[in-house]
Design a protein around this ligand. Structure first.
Ligand code: HEM
Length: 146
C-alpha cells in the first residue's frame, strides 16, 4: 500500500489551511525551525555552509511546493525524490530526517498558536512521514526504514 494512502483529504486540507495561515509569518517560522534543529541535532549545523537567509527562503518555498502537491502523487514524489538526492551531496543522512520533522512541527506550532491542535499536528505528522519516507527511499535505496 502506498504511504500516501494514509493521507486523507482532511489531512491535506488541515495542512494546507494551516500553511496558508502561517505564510505571513514564514520568516519567523524559518528562523525558529533552524534554531530548533540546531538545538536538537547540533551535528547538522556544520552541514549548512551557504547564506542562511537565502537558505530559509529556499526551504519555505520548497515546502510550499510540496504542500501544494499533496494531492498529486506523481508531482510530489518527483519533487521530493530529486530534492533528497541533492541532499546526499550536502552530507545529509537518513537519521537527520526525524529531527528535521520535529523542528518543523515545533516551529509551525509556535507560529500557529491558537490554530494548532491535535488534529492539525497529526495531519502534519502524517504529511511529513510521507514526504520523508519518499526522500529517504529515493536517496538511500539500501536504507531500511523502521
Ligand atoms: C522536507 C524536507 C526538506 C526540505 C523541504 C528541504 C529543502 C531544502 C532546500 C530547498 C535546499 C536548497 C537546495 C538548493 O537549492 O540547492 C536545501 C539545502 C540543504 N538542506 Fe534541506 N530540506 C529538507 C530536509 C533536510 C534534512 C533532513 C536535512 C538534514 C539536516 C537538510 C539539510 C540541508 C543542507 C545541509 C542543505 C545545504 C545547505 C547549504 O548549501 O549550505 N535538509 N534543503
Amino acid at each position: 500500500m502506498s504511504p500516501l494512502a494514509t493521507l486523507s483529504p482532511a489531512d491535506i486540507h488541515r495542512v494546507r489551511t494551516s500553511f496558508d495561515l502561517m505564510w505571513p509569518r514564514s520568516t519567523e517560522m524559518a528562523d525558529q525551525f533552524y534554531a530548533r534543529l540546531f538545538e536538537i541535532a547540533p551535528d547538522s549545523r556544520t552541514l549548512f555552509r551557504s547564506d542562511m537567509t537565502r537558505m530559509k527562503d529556499k526551504f519555505i518555498q520548497t515546502l510550499a511546493v510540496l504542500v501544494g502537491s499533496l494531492d498529486n502523487l506523481t508531482g510530489l514524489y518527483a519533487v521530493a525524490g530529486k530534492l533528497a538526492v541533492d541532499h546526499v551531496r550536502y552530507g545529509v543522512r537518513p537519521d537527520h530526517y526525524a529531527p528535521v520533522g520535529e523542528a518543523l512541527l515545533w516551529s509551525l506550532g509556535q507560529q500557529l498558536a491558537g490554530f494548532w491542535n491535535d488534529d492539525v499536528e497529526q495531519a502534519w505528522r502524517r504529511v511529513y512521514a510521507v514526504i520523508s519516507a519518499r526522500m529517504i527511499g529515493a536517496a538511500y535505496p539500501d536504507h531500511r526504514q523502521g
